[in-house]
Design a protein around this ligand. Structure first.
Ligand SMILES: [Zn+2]
Length: 333
């Protein structure tokens, strides 16, 4: 029996009682999902996509925890114009907690950090950059903060954030192209309220009718009670959490690297006005990673190689943010 059929047979009856189009209702007494079934679904989503070597999944204490380096094995940073002068560096054991008994709440929750994680272990943010969306912002497209429209994203739908942490802000198209089970019925990620994220269509392959998705880009689901989607238009991917989260403050985020000698970390990059030209990111066998670009005819770069200390890197940068001065140093996760 296929996993989804098994899940449907156990959970379908309760979930069908969901009121279509209403904000957040699970029928009284209904259990959205059994712990072990939900755990199996999370493990299967990673394994069937082909990412079991990059993402560890362990279920404990009512959560499935996906642990990864948040550093995908696909093209990175290509196509970015509105760079924030941050370069992707692997995170140490980023641990993404997915509740095993998701329950819809009544108020959408927003966060200036990841709202979920893709099945390849890369965090998923809402589409905006540089600050938390308010509840009022959810129904009103934030064009000026739209990371896609302002060309802050690479061709894969991601970029490096203030912690030099790679993450997605829209549909992760390069990851989806890598998925062994790519298709409308494949789960592409999990939100931090425990509900799954699917692509642009319903899992049965039918298109999603206009105005069906709610503010968080989700809708009721026969298997899980609720599910999120990606979309061609804003908000592109989950932009708020419709389900409950025990403690939003305890959800993971990736901190900026700190100097090996102690003291304050690097100042966050500031996007050069008007964007940069010809940004490329390369990696070679020695571990050197380089981001090169030009701004107003001048060449700039950010480079690092692993240092002698685990999780530490020797940096050399020439950034617009830093006035074109060459800076060097050892920085650590
Ligand atoms: Zn970002």
């Amino acid at each position: 029996m296929r996993l989804e059929n098994l899940l449907l047979s156990v959970c379908g009856a309760a979930s069908l009682a969901l009121v279509l189009g209403s904000a957040a209702i699970i029928p009284t007494g209904a259990v959205a999902h059994e712990d072990d079934l939900h755990c199996a679904a999370v493990i299967a989503s990673v394994a069937e996509a082909g990412f079991a070597d990059e993402v560890a999944v362990e279920c404990e204490s009512g959560q499935a925890v996906l642990t990864s380096y948040t550093y995908p094995d696909h093209d990175l940073m290509t196509g970015i114009v509105g760079t924030n002068e941050q370069i992707p560096v692997p995170a140490n054991a980023y641990a993404a907690p997915i509740p095993l008994q998701p329950v819809l709440g009544t108020t959408p929750q927003t966060r200036d950090a990841a709202l979920g994680v893709a099945v390849n272990g890369v965090p998923i943010y809402d589409y905006t950059g540089g600050g938390e969306m308010s509840i009022a912002d959810l129904s009103d497209h934030q064009a000026q903060n739209d990371t896609l429209l302002t060309q802050q994203l690479d061709v894969c739908g991601g970029h490096a954030g203030r912690g030099d942490d790679y993450h997605y802000h829209v549909k992760p198209v390069c990851m989806i192209a890598q998925m062994k089970n790519a298709g409308d019925d494949a789960i592409i990620g999990w939100a931090y309220d425990g509900f799954p994220i699917y692509g642009d269509n319903n899992p049965d392959g039918t298109p999603i009718a206009a105005a069906v998705l709610d503010d968080c880009n989700g809708q009721p689901d026969g298997t899980f009670g609720y599910r999120y989607h990606t979309s061609t238009d804003a908000p592109y991917i989950v932009q708020c959490l419709m389900g409950g989260v025990a403690n939003m403050e305890q959800l993971p985020s990736v901190a900026p690297l700190t100097p090996a000698v102690g003291g304050r970390g690097m100042e966050p990059g500031r996007p050069p006005r008007g964007g940069v030209d010809g940004l490329t990111f390369t990696q070679d066998a020695s571990g050197l990673r380089s981001m090169d670009y030009s701004y107003e005819g001048e060449a700039y770069y950010m480079r690092y190689t692993p240092s002698q200390t685990p999780n530490c890197y020797t940096y050399e940068t020439r950034t617009v943010t830093n006035g074109g001065d060459i800076a060097t140093g050892e920085y650590c996760r």
